[in-house]
Design a protein around this ligand. Sequence first.
Ligand code: NDP
Length: 395
Amino acid sequence: MSRVLVIGAGGVSTVAVKKMAMNADVFTDIMIATRTKSKADKIAQGYSNIQTAQVDADNVKELVALFESYKPELVVNLALPYQDLSIMDACLEYGVSYLDTANYEPLDEAKYQYSWQWAYKDKFEKAGLTAILGCGFDPGVTGVFTAYAAKHHFDTLEYLDIVDCNAGDHHKAFATNFNPEINIREITQRGKYWENGEWKETDPLSVHQPLNYPNVGPKESYLMYHEELESLVKNYPTLKRARFWMTFGQEYLTHLRVIQNIGMDRIDPILYNGVEIVPIQFLKAVLPDPGNLGENYTGETSIGCRIRGQKDGKELTYYVYNNCSHEAAYKETGAQAVSYTTGVPAMIGSKLFLEGVWRKPGVWNVEEFDPDPFMAQLNVQGLPWHELFNVDLEL
Ligand code: NDP
């Protein structure tokens, strides 16, 4: 018997809940609570063990009341990063463990970092509750891949490059693969990477080079900051350099430039016809819903870690990755591969928590747990991974 409460009913939630329902021996009862209840009802359609509710996840009191009525054993936060702290506060007040896929970001500042959530470590520890942070693909599987490499293949990790390629085509002029507001805020910020004990900054998307992705071929890849770098350089202090690369097509970058040039990426409120609106939130309302991109999506994603380090006094290069087909993801869950590659790990982390395998009081990033059971689950839950040794990492 386990009761899980999932907050949010977007693309990632759709996949995570469907995969939870496929693992009904562990997930016996599920509730989806979100701002727009009809979206949760749509996901729950046809499942007798899934209930739905309306909740404002910015409101701690409302959340606690909901937890008191449903009595979950785990709260899975698949809403937006803005809600992380209110949901963690509510978890502490009621006394329930927590899992999310993205770190906290204040609404009025595009600045995401773990410090706000790490500050809850003592409180979760004292309450005997577990908080698992960043359990999607990146962050998430990329941290588990790194932990697996450190545990099984290397004596010391020295160079880490996380490479994220979406070689898919959704046949829309412009769309983002997950929440447009979060996505555009992330991509338009300054680049940042770790080198020789300090963070180095770059102009947004100014550093790029083609990289070869398995089964995909060469794709222009852009250096950008990504949140797992912060926890990985802390947890693997031997890393001399850690970077994150993501592919973008020219068409996407042109649209992004226009959006920036005309001010549609602004995150501050403006007055429109006497009503305050935030341009980027308005933009989200007119862009395609990432959760509905799946139907005509072709191609695949390829995300992995390219690592260089020492083993038995010799240099070793290692590339561990997963490729995920948009069509196969859609066939299985009705969502495209970016939602799929995030929702499946969120389900796996929840499963390992409920089974008592990934459970320890405190606030943790995924690489701080044993990677082996997670890696085994990836292979059986739809995200098989592959390893290459002593290959040219190109980086
Ligand atoms: P969506 O925008 O599709 O879904 C977000 C959901 O949260 C919506 O149902 C939304 O409600 C709900 N929500 C937003 N605000 C509130 C609130 N105040 N109270 C209650 N519900 C709320 O996002 P995605 O599914 O694409 O992404 C979900 C999360 O996953 C995000 O945090 C994203 O950053 C993260 N992510 C992580 C990745 C990883 O690899 N680690 C990759 C991709 C995404 P409504 O429908 O009413 O708007």
